[in-house]
Write a protein that binds this ligand. Sequence first.
Ligand SMILES: *[C@@H]1O[C@H](CO)[C@@H](O)[C@H](O)[C@H]1NC(C)=O
Ligand SMILES: *[C@@H]1O[C@H](CO)[C@@H](O)[C@H](O)[C@H]1NC(C)=O
Ligand SMILES: *[C@@H]1O[C@H](CO)[C@@H](O)[C@H](O)[C@H]1NC(C)=O
Ligand SMILES: *[C@@H]1O[C@H](CO)[C@@H](O)[C@H](O)[C@H]1NC(C)=O
Ligand SMILES: *[C@@H]1O[C@H](CO)[C@@H](O)[C@H](O)[C@H]1NC(C)=O
Ligand SMILES: *[C@@H]1O[C@H](CO)[C@@H](O)[C@H](O)[C@H]1NC(C)=O
Length: 506
Amino acid sequence: MQAFTAFLVLFSLLTRAFSVPLSTKSRWIIDDVGGQRVKLVGGNWAGHVGPMLPEGLDKRPLSEIAGHIALMGFNSVRLTYSTYMFTQYSHLTVLQSLRNLSLHDAIDGMTKAQEAVINQLASHGIMIVLDNQVSKPIWCCGDDDGNGFWGDEYFDPKDWLRSLHIVAHRYKNNPMVVAMSLRNEIRGKRQNAKDWRKYSNPNVLILVGGLSYALDLTPLKTKALNIKATSKLRNKIVYESHRYAFTMGQSNNYLRKPLNQFCDSVIADMENRTTFVTRGPNAAPLYISEFGVNMLGNQTYDNVFLGCFLAYLAKHDLDWNMWALQGSYYLRDEGQGVEEQYGMFTTNWTQIRNPDVHAKILSVQQMIRDPKSHAPRYLRMYHPMTGRCLSVNDNSTQIHATDCHKFSKWSYNNLVIQLNGTPYCLASSGEDSPLSLTTDCDSKRSTWKAVSSYQLADSDNLCMHYDPSYSPYVLARKCICAGSGNRSSCVENPQSQWFQRVLSNV
Ligand SMILES: *[C@@H]1O[C@H](CO)[C@@H](O)[C@H](O)[C@H]1NC(C)=O
Ligand SMILES: *[C@@H]1O[C@H](CO)[C@@H](O)[C@H](O)[C@H]1NC(C)=O
Ligand SMILES: *[C@@H]1O[C@H](CO)[C@@H](O)[C@H](O)[C@H]1NC(C)=O
Ligand SMILES: *[C@@H]1O[C@H](CO)[C@@H](O)[C@H](O)[C@H]1NC(C)=O
Ligand SMILES: *[C@@H]1O[C@H](CO)[C@@H](O)[C@H](O)[C@H]1NC(C)=O
Ligand SMILES: *[C@@H]1O[C@H](CO)[C@@H](O)[C@H](O)[C@H]1NC(C)=O
């Protein structure tokens, strides 16, 4: 446990080695001074609901919350707010707002507001991304909540622009406020695909979210944002997208459809509608500003979704903020003190609700690709179900999986998987036996072919398999839903056999 804490501290120090402000270079976010890549990783902190205050200030001292976030290895927080907080309700004091909502419990522990939160985060080395989540301070988001975009009941364009202006101005002198979104999850009938581009005013706005609940940036395929070649904003635009298991009502598909094919189709959809912005001559960063799972751990489709999504996140080494940090809300539709089951913190904000999920996401917190590195490229064999990477023990040739800070480096030529810088190749030792290393790289035992996007099978059609509840080693076992048999009717979960080959140079 102590070692783990020490590791976290070290890790958070490492990730804190950046300077602000930030800009972009092709698909990467970089710091202005040294041009080094800065990978935004962290959580969302809701501050847009009912009382318009960052949640949790009634549960635990602010400085402790900020310190805990830094200890989790996060370097950024996406803090959500509502437009009205800076316009129609700007005259309300914290006390009035809470009294208005009869939130007497919250008043007791509550002395500071958004600015205090931002200052505390900044003093803990955490960058802040300000997100214009809604206009009227209510829970987000539905097609008919009146809180979307152009023409919606609570969307007054002047009010919206005014609040962005106020917010931008207010934090102008705090360099740790590194990004502002223009609007969260544009959606519904009045999302105005045609006008969306026009109103993405690049003079004030930096984070540009996709249409349809931040799923769709395809209007950019036909026409890029209208930013002058000489404008400083050319190096300031970052695109946002969101994804959950329940996106487009697909939760049950993660359980009922053949998962290899279904996960491929979800990723193809993301590639087609959002990830494309990271490629080509106009490449820009894509920031997954929301994704998340139920942290109680018993929502099976969420767990399956996470494996699928982490494979994608690692492959592209995208920037991300998980939904969400808050373990509870002062007030949500259901009432006061409601717990956030997607919350990383427990309801009392003192502990990590699901250490297992936290350990998995650690593997994508580190930088996987460094655009400035001249180090040779290699593959990480990433196992998204556990968030671990294929590794060789110093002393033994037995293959296991470790956290992705101590992984081994590999190459794969569609046949042989070689340990970089050595004559060793990965070999199968037969069914249910741990894989091993061999120098006989030409033998049948050391040939591996892809039988699905993430499964590799040996010459006997046995797949690489890792399930720590079954064996600490990586074994060769019968391929699940791949290789042979009727794959279109196979609904077993093959994720124990998923190894994403992630290109890396750090
Ligand atoms: C506070 O109360 C006033 C009057 O009761 C109401 O008009 C206003 O909308 C309330 N504000 C909030 C933030 O609920
Ligand atoms: C890509 O997305 C566009 C826009 O949503 C859609 O019309 C098209 O069918 C998609 N293409 C593929 C291959 O999914
Ligand atoms: C998960 O566990 C909680 C608490 O035990 C329970 O209330 C909830 O119904 C469970 N959810 C599922 C999907 O099983
Ligand atoms: C906070 O909640 C967790 C789990 O719900 C519990 O184990 C812990 O004792 C609580 N801590 C405090 C200080 O109440
Ligand atoms: C690994 O090798 C080192 C040095 O050769 C030795 O000190 C260590 O005990 C070995 N560890 C195991 C688990 O065999
Ligand atoms: C494979 O399974 C699907 C779904 O159960 C079924 O529709 C199809 O007929 C099966 N194909 C073969 C060749 O058995």
